[in-house]
Design a protein around this ligand. Structure first.
Ligand SMILES: Nc1ncnc2c1ncn2[C@@H]1O[C@H](COP(=O)(O)OP(=O)(O)OP(=O)(O)O)[C@@H](O)[C@H]1O
Ligand SMILES: [Mg+2]
Length: 353
């Protein structure tokens, strides 16, 4: 086991800079998830940790040792890719033991390690099968088995679940989490799926355009996003953002939206006159008496809850409610906003106020 320390890491491809001084600390045994939109640099960062991609500046250390110039095979890491190509003409056992065989490990040791990994992954019944005789999820587990038998200091995963269907993805998510709880190996895991990030991570790193926007525990990012980017990226359905300004009112300050609505602020202390972006998550809006008039545009019932797309003035505001609601599109409902959960951001910079 080992910690991974990434300090001021820069990456250039020719004269295009794609990584602009990234700092990330991965504690020993921690499960850290890198998230961010496509092209933000997640895979590049992972490949730099693995040594598959040279860095253009900064330092990467694994277990206290700077590995900038250490070859991938000597970094004691194992990486699982999105396309986990197994050898089609080798059995599950042979696939899993291959890396050890290449290293010249004795046959008995290979067998023992493969058996142990197979029991962890519930693959014992399949050791003699070929990849084409397995389901997608079983193949995925074989790919993980290949990594486990090497007993590395660090596991690196690059979107290992994105080829699976939704149900299998949830099942594998739980399995990987269980695996981590059992092995307690340091993991750096890349995904663009924020639900995966929220449910698996000890710590999430939110990236954008080759920079780190925020690092924190999942619920910390959910409760205290530093800017509109993180606020909009973490949480599903996404936070509502409404542009407007703070106005003084008889009962305290209110938010006057550009689209005409007035939204409650609670005791948020921002000086009147300031232009801001008002953020509220759909799950922090209820339907009940005395709220903000909202005209329903679309209803999306999922069985367990209903997503209500609505307009307040000309601005869009979405709510998610547990109950089924009687209103029809075109009708007006009353949105009760939990003012303790209102976020205010600077309108120009997007920074949280
Ligand atoms: N070999 C390369 N040459 C030039 N630019 C590259 C190369 N590889 C990646 N890039 C650029 O580096 C940036 C980061 O790419 P990267 O693959 O790390 O993104 P990502 O966050 O993993 O995205 P995705 O979610 O789509 O996998 C992108 O702008 C990409 O175009
Ligand atoms: Mg990628």
């Amino acid at each position: 086991m080992a910690q991974v320390t990434i300090q001021n890491v820069v990456k250039r491809y020719g004269n295009v800079q794609v990584m602009h001084g990234v700092d990330v600390d991965v504690g020993d045994g921690q499960f850290v998830v890198l998230v961010g939109p496509s092209g933000c640099g997640k895979s590049t960062l992972l490949r730099m940790i693995a040594g598959l991609e040279p860095i253009s500046g900064g330092t990467i250390s694994i277990g206290g040792r700077v590995v900038n110039d250490v070859a991938p095979k000597d970094r004691d890491i194992a990486m699982v890719f999105q396309s986990y190509a197994l050898y089609p003409h080798k059995t599950v056992a042979e696939n899993m033991g291959f890396a050890l065989k290449i290293k010249g490990a004795p046959k008995s040791e290979i067998e023992q390690k493969v058996r142990k990994a197979a029991s962890i992954l519930d693959l014992e019944k399949y050791l003699d099968r070929y990849p084409k005789e397995l389901s997608g999820g079983q193949r995925q587990r074989v790919a993980m088995g290949r990594a486990i038998v090497r007993d590395p200091q660090v596991f690196l995963f690059d979107e290992p679940l994105s080829n699976l269907d939704a149900k299998l993805r949830v099942a594998m998510r739980v399995e990987i989490k269980e695996l981590h709880q059992r092995l307690k190996t340091t993991i750096v895991y890349v995904t663009h799926d924020q639900i995966e990030a929220m449910t698996m991570a000890d710590k999430i790193v939110v990236m954008r355009d080759g920079r780190v926007e925020q690092i924190g525990a999942p619920l910390d990012l959910y409760d205290n996003p530093v800017n509109t980017f993180v606020a909009g990226f973490i949480g599903s359905p996404a936070m509502n953002f409404v542009h407007g300004r703070i106005e003084a009112g008889p009962g305290g300050a209110v938010f006057a939206a550009d689209g005409g609505a007035r939204l409650p602020l609670g005791d948020a202390r921002v000086e009147p006159g300031r232009t801001v972006t008002y953020g509220i998550r759909p799950e922090h809006i209820a339907i009940g008496p005395g709220g903000v008039p909202a005209r329903v545009s679309v209803l999306e019932p999922t069985g367990s809850e209903t997503q209500v797309f609505a307009k307040v003035g000309t601005d869009s505001l979405d709510a998610v409610v547990k109950d089924r609601i009687g209103a029809q599109p075109g009708e007006e409902v009353s949105f009760v906003i939990d003012t303790r959960r209102v976020h205010l951001f600077d309108r120009e910079t997007g920074r949280r106020l």
